[in-house]
Design a protein around this ligand. Structure first.
Ligand code: HEM
Length: 415
């Protein structure tokens, strides 16, 4: 698009896909924010918001809806409809795609089974898993950090929480990939959408069997807690229960993988910060928050207007979509002094990497726990950790920011 005032080619959000901005989108976000922090993007067919204050205000304003609306099935091939329709219905009952009062009810029920105390009780188990993943590579002197560590860790944690037996784990990991694709916005081809939904249908069938087993023989896991979840006599129905199991996987796996990958990459590029954390492991909680802000796994989320709204001199119309660019808000100099600097001691770090308002990430304590244990253990046990490549490849997504592969070397693994 041509900018008539400056005569320059005007940048838009889609330019994130260009190699230089995929490597580092923050200069692009600065340009968008400085040029026009609230602009209508013809290509995305949505408003794009890059200022911290606008992003947090939209995310807590009920006029900006998360709801999907009625499930459309007309596009489904007739012969696949019996399989795909229940999958789409269950997905549409995920709390992420609902507004109050349905959202509040479902979130309240799932949150009861997912308390910070319950998450904290997982610390010893997460520590054991982290140590096992490092033990597995100790004789190699190298690993591909994403495949060998960042990918399996969150998958195993959530699989165990839900009570998936170890023998079903590899199938389960394939499903989480399917669900992650669904959250990546409108970037799926028709074929990919069919594959994704049929993966979800298989997952639903698997979990229906797991639920039936637990109804006769209760177990002590998150799935059992969800089955029992009850508030004011109001149970989760099975569709809601299944839809929100899918969500826990979809929302919790890729995002945490990206936090581990982006975080380790950022540390390796800032040796003095890495050394600071190595020498001060008690800094881990603050450090993880800064890594979340500095290179956020979820770069944007969206809302749809339920009413006409006047916003900072703009007229938003009912039905229009608004993209809140979390990655841009997290680098807004009005909110974060020297925003492009990684500062593991940063205080007053009210980043929006986990969103904001009623849909604030339910899994934030779990993601933070996994990252804190992972980074402190890696820095303690791998004293000579180095990047094995100059060039890393980023995932080509506007929504998620992650690294495809991160080869690293190390001289030894301490016990
Ligand atoms: C919601 C980010 C890990 C479960 C969200 C939202 C963001 C987010 C930005 C809000 C989306 C919106 O408002 O539209 C992240 C990041 C993670 C992470 C960056 C890792 C670093 C997890 C984990 C789980 C999880 C580990 C669970 C196992 C959820 C759920 C919601 C959510 C259930 C929906 C909450 C609601 O709609 O009320 N997450 N997440 N997330 N996240 Fe996470």
């Amino acid at each position: 698009m041509q900018d008539h005032q400056s005569g320059h080619q005007r940048l838009t959000l889609s330019d994130v896909q260009r190699p230089e901005y995929l490597a580092n989108p923050y200069p692009l976000y600065h340009r968008l924010r400085e040029h026009d922090p609230i602009y209508w993007d013809e290509e995305m067919h949505a408003w794009v918001l890059t200022r911290y204050t606008d992003v947090v205000a939209v995310l807590r304003d009920p006029r900006f809806s998360s709801a999907w609306g009625p499930v459309e099935t007309a596009w489904m091939p007739e012969e696949l409809r019996p399989q795909l329709e229940p999958a789409l219905r269950a997905v549409s009952r995920q709390m992420l795609f609902l507004d109050p009062p349905d959202h509040s009810r479902l979130r309240g029920l799932v949150a009861r089974a997912f308390t910070p105390r319950m998450v904290e009780s997982l610390r010893p188990r997460v520590q054991r898993l982290v140590d096992e993943l490092l033990d597995a590579v100790q004789d190699q002197g190298e690993m591909e950090f994403v495949a060998d560590f960042a990918y399996p860790l969150p998958a195993i944690v959530i699989a165990e929480m839900l009570g998936v037996p170890p023998e079903d784990r590899s199938q389960f990991i394939v499903w989480t990939q399917d669900f992650g694709r669904l959250l990546d916005g409108g970037h799926l081809s028709f074929e990919e959408l069919l594959t994704t939904l049929s993966g979800i249908a298989d997952f639903l069938a698997y979990f229906r069997r797991q639920i039936a087993q637990r109804r006769t023989a209760p177990r002590d896991d998150l799935l059992q807690a969800l089955i029992l979840a009850e508030e004011q006599g109001d149970r989760l129905n099975e569709e809601e229960l299944l839809g929100n199991c899918v969500l826990l996987l979809a929302a919790g796996h890729g995002t945490t993988t990206h936090l581990l990958g982006n975080g380790l990459y950022a540390l390796l590029q800032h040796p003095e910060q890495l050394q600071l954390l190595r020498e001060n492991p008690s800094l881990a909680p603050t450090a993880v928050m800064e890594l979340l802000r500095y290179d956020s796994p979820v770069q944007l989320t969206s809302r749809r207007l339920t009413a006409d709204v006047e916003w900072a001199g703009r007229r938003f119309k009912a039905g229009e979509e608004v993209l809140t660019v979390l990655g841009a808000a997290n680098h807004d100099p009005e909110q974060f002094p020297d925003p492009d600097r990684l500062d593991l001691r940063r205080t007053d770090n009210r980043h929006v990497a986990f969103g904001h308002g009623p849909h604030f990430c339910l899994g934030a304590p779990l993601a933070r726990l996994e990252a804190e244990v992972a980074f402190t253990t890696i820095l303690r046990r791998l004293p000579q950790l180095c990047l094995a490549t100059e060039q890393i490849e980023r995932l080509p997504s506007l929504v998620f920011r992650g690294i495809k592969a991160l080869p690293v070397t190390f001289a030894s693994v301490l016990p």
